[in-house]
Ligand binder design. Structure first.
Ligand code: C5P
Length: 328
């Protein structure tokens, strides 16, 4: 439970009328936000703040987190609470939860003191390199913005999102986008068609900071070069050509993730032998993302991964999908 403190100076900047509706009167607002896969991830040398400059291409996938923000009864007024729809989900339900931090940050920034009860349904693998926690935070921002009638625009919400984590702005935007800076500066890009993914989940998550640390160790004090998004990748996306996209998939964190979890190399091999166009580590891992040609291939790859005994679970999802939006 988080207690709110009103801070009068709200964010400035242009307000857009389209996002999100300035209701302020509903008793609850339900918002869906997607998980992501990185189609391309180039990592530069870390700066003095410990963060690494990134060039990445995010794609939002149809693994959807749902946050319902409910108006509180009078006696709870002024707190932020969180309930997990599946209580055994391996995420904290206290003030450290990113959705709680998001609601609290929005309240403090806009001077709202009324509080909120959040209900969270998780479908993105936890600590899997697919930004599920970031999607929860993005969904909480949009839900509370609508519930409280605070009327922040998408750019204003994105600025708050970046303060919560480098991956939080992207699920606000969704679809397919280039991320720069720490990954928090998001620019949508044009794509055509639908892409089909199979995700192989590991029994145990990987810590993002641990993977970045191993990346630094493997760079051995050298200065890793930050690369631009290859033209071949953006051309493949514009053409809706999954086969060409497969040839351009790249993740600079893959070697670090494989070093920490060598068995992931076998998972990649199983997916590719079963017909995946390409399989790579998703973000900081340990989820393996396999790009496949069509739903039939997705089924074959999924079956092979399950039969391998190497993975905890397998999920299928198409992409791209929309960013955080009010659904009820
Ligand atoms: O911003 P976020 O809290 O999601 O980042 C988690 C950790 O991942 C950071 O503390 C940092 O160790 C690492 N990170 C990084 N460079 C980035 C993004 C994340 O080093 N661009």
């Amino acid at each position: 439970m988080s207690h709110l403190r009103a801070v009068p100076d709200g964010p400035t900047g242009p307000r857009e009328s389209t996002v999100p509706p300035r209701s302020g009167s509903a008793s609850s607002v339900r918002v869906e936000a997607p998980g992501k896969v990185n189609l391309f991830l180039s990592v530069g040398a870390s700066g003095p703040d410990g963060y690494h400059p990134l060039t990445t291409v995010f794609q939002a996938v149809r693994l959807i987190e749902t946050v319902t923000a409910r108006r509180q009864s009078a006696q709870d007024h002024g707190t932020v609470t969180l309930t997990l729809e599946e209580p055994d989900a391996d995420v904290p339900a206290d003030d450290s939860n990113l959705a709680v931090r998001a609601a609290t940050l929005l309240a403090q920034t806009t001077g709202v003191s009324e509080g909120v009860d959040l209900l969270l349904r998780k479908r993105v693998p936890v600590a899997g390199g697919m930004a599920g926690g970031s999607a929860d935070a993005a969904a909480a921002l949009v839900a509370c913005n609508a519930l409280w009638g605070t009327g922040l625009s998408l750019p204003e919400l994105s600025a708050l999102a970046a303060r919560l984590g480098a991956d939080v702005p992207f699920p606000l935007t969704g679809a397919t986008a280039v991320g720069s800076g720490r990954g928090d500066l998001v620019t949508p890009i044009m794509t055509r068609g639908a892409y089909h993914w199979v995700f192989a989940l590991a029994e145990e998550g990987l810590s993002t900071p641990a993977v970045f640390r191993r990346f630094d160790e493997m760079a051995g004090g050298g200065q890793p070069a930050l690369h631009d998004v290859p033209e071949a990748l953006t051309a493949a996306l514009r053409a809706g050509d999954a086969r060409a996209l497969a040839g351009s998939l790249h993740n600079d964190l893959q070697a670090a993730a494989l070093d920490l979890r060598p068995e992931l190399a076998e998972v990649i091999a199983v997916a590719e032998e079963a017909g995946a166009l390409r399989a790579i580590v998703s973000g900081s891992g340990p989820t393996i993302a396999a790009l496949v040609e069509d739903p039939g291939s997705a089924q074959r790859v999924s079956r092979a991964l399950k039969a391998s005994g190497l993975v905890a679970d397998v999920l299928r999802a198409d992409a791209p999908v929309a960013g955080a939006r009010v659904v009820g």
